[in-house]
Write a protein that binds this ligand. Structure first.
Ligand SMILES: Cc1cc2nc3c(=O)[nH]c(=O)nc-3n(C[C@H](O)[C@H](O)[C@H](O)COP(=O)(O)O)c2cc1C
Length: 190
């Protein structure tokens, strides 16, 4: 049991979306992964987060937004760079956009608490994916903060897109151990 828990928590590592390939989670596995989010601590039980699954048919639209956002930032971007930006929308069998829902400002729960709840929900998703044998990675990028991006996902003013979660089979493992901070860096006795 101890070994399992240690492997589950300490064995999870970030896998770049480039290295996540088919097969992705089955429908049953995908639901298991998504259901893990709701076990996150959530002060007031307002579900201050949302996960948008990018369907296969929507990846083209997302890719166009990635490309257009790069052009906005760098009008001199080369065709190759624009293709690379577009291609990011097609990585990984399961692609989720994680967003914080900060709409309800009268509920007495601070945006910080809501962001923490989102982080916990994301971690639950990562751990469930790992437990099922999949790799997963988080990616943000500049486009996610753009108006084009908000329009594509029809995000309300107080919805904060935070990162993508890509889940799939790991094509090849990267050698080396994950970098983790020493306990003394983040713990002290008060
Ligand atoms: C919200 C969020 C967004 C992230 N976005 C990126 C990203 O765009 N690109 C990247 O290489 N790592 C990104 N990371 C970091 C990786 O997910 C990962 O945590 C980091 O590389 C450390 O690896 P580890 O999780 O295996 O310890 C992000 C992490 C978080 C929490």
């Amino acid at each position: 049991m101890d070994d399992y828990i240690n492997q589950l928590i300490h064995g999870r590592v970030h896998v770049s979306p480039k290295r996540l390939i088919q097969p992705g989670p089955s429908l049953e596995q995908k639901l298991q992964i998504l259901h893990a989010a709701k076990a996150a601590p959530d002060h007031g039980r307002h579900t201050p987060w949302h996960f948008y699954e990018v369907s296969e048919s929507s990846r083209t639209l997302l890719g166009d937004v990635f490309r257009d956002c790069l052009l906005d930032r760098d009008p001199l971007a080369t065709p190759l760079q624009l293709d690379e930006a577009r291609e990011k929308a097609f990585r990984g069998p399961l692609l989720l956009l994680a967003a914080a829902n900060l709409n309800d400002t009268e509920d007495g729960i601070t945006p910080h608490e809501k962001m923490i709840s989102l982080g916990c929900a994301i971690q639950n998703i990562l751990l469930m994916a790992h437990a099922l044998g999949f790799g997963a990675g988080l990616s943000s990028g500049k486009a996610i903060q753009s108006e084009r991006f908000r329009e594509l996902f029809k995000l309300s003013t107080n919805t904060m897109p935070t990162c993508f979660i890509t889940i799939g089979t790991v094509s090849k493992n990267k050698p080396g151990n994950a970098l983790r901070p020493d306990l003394s860096v983040y713990h002290s006795i008060f």
